[in-house]
Design a protein around this ligand. Structure first.
Ligand SMILES: C[S@@+](CC[C@H](N)C(=O)[O-])C[C@H]1O[C@@H](n2cnc3c(N)ncnc32)[C@H](O)[C@@H]1O
Length: 238
């Protein structure tokens, strides 16, 4: 059995969705970052979403907007966006602990007061957020799971697209970026058929043009996919 074909696939009794992420730890975490895991992470951690509903206002009462970045990797993009918009609460989710440790370093170095981190599966956070509570959902270069038998592990499924539509405020937006063409087509198909979501831009818009506020990510720089990045932007409509 390969590491991608886990027994959970066939276990109907597990309430967790299939894992949409790979490793949760790679190399040892550097001492300074390990210290931040012990000190800064507890201070800015999202309350346990499996313990009950989440209230973004309780995380940052003065926030003018609520943004959710799913799978922030090393956190460079999240930190850059949070620095640009100190009035927005930026909730970042990432189960890869080396990435979380790196993100904490960015939060500390940038003295960012508006970042909250969930060091685990974003789908738990999404499920715990109220309807119409989020202004932006950002999904940048999600794990491609591009072999057909692994497509079911993709983060973007009909169910998650519906959940994103549920938590977005009217007029709120969702950005999905990938450098795998079949994932772009897969995502477009599912987002297009999600009630309450409408694509921003003309249908023939050049989807290779990065939005003005895009920040190049570490994964993007690796150019591992089979296309230049594709940018999909959707808006929550009534
Ligand atoms: C290919 S990496 C891209 C990281 C980053 N966005 C970038 O562009 O550099 C995808 C990331 O998504 C994370 N991920 C996958 N499924 C997730 C989930 N359900 N919740 C939160 N993060 C997830 C993975 O752990 C991984 O770090």
């Amino acid at each position: 059995m390969s590491s991608d074909d886990r027994p959970e696939d066939d276990n109907p009794h597990l309430d967790r969705p299939l894992r949409s992420f790979g490793r949760i730890k790679a190399r040892p975490i550097k001492p300074r970052q390990a210290a931040l895991m012990d000190t800064l992470l507890p201070a800015i951690a999202v309350p346990d979403p499996r313990a009950g509903p989440l209230d973004p206002r309780a995380m940052m009462s003065e926030a003018k907007e609520v943004w959710l970045e799913i799978g922030f990797g090393g956190g460079e993009h999240m930190a850059a966006q949070a620095a640009r918009r100190p009035d927005a609460l930026v909730i970042g989710c990432e189960p890869f602990l080396n990435g979380v440790a790196s993100a904490l370093r960015h939060v500390e170095e940038g003295d960012l007061k508006n970042v909250r981190i969930h060091a685990d599966d974003a789908r738990d956070v999404v499920d715990a957020l109220p309807d119409a509570s989020v202004d932006r959902v950002l999904i940048l270069f999600p794990d491609p799971w591009h072999k057909a038998r692994h497509n079911k592990r993709r983060l973007l499924q009909d169910e998650t697209a519906q959940a994103f539509a549920r938590i977005l405020k009217p007029g709120g937006t969702l950005r999905f970026v990938t450098d795998w063409l079949d994932y772009a087509e897969w995502a477009l198909e599912r987002l297009d058929r999600t009630p309450g979501l409408e694509r921003i831009g003309a249908a023939d818009q050049d989807w290779f043009v990065p939005p003005a506020d895009h920040v190049v990510t570490r994964y993007e720089e690796k150019k591992l996919g089979d296309t230049t990045p594709v940018f999909l932007e959707f808006r929550r409509v009534d």
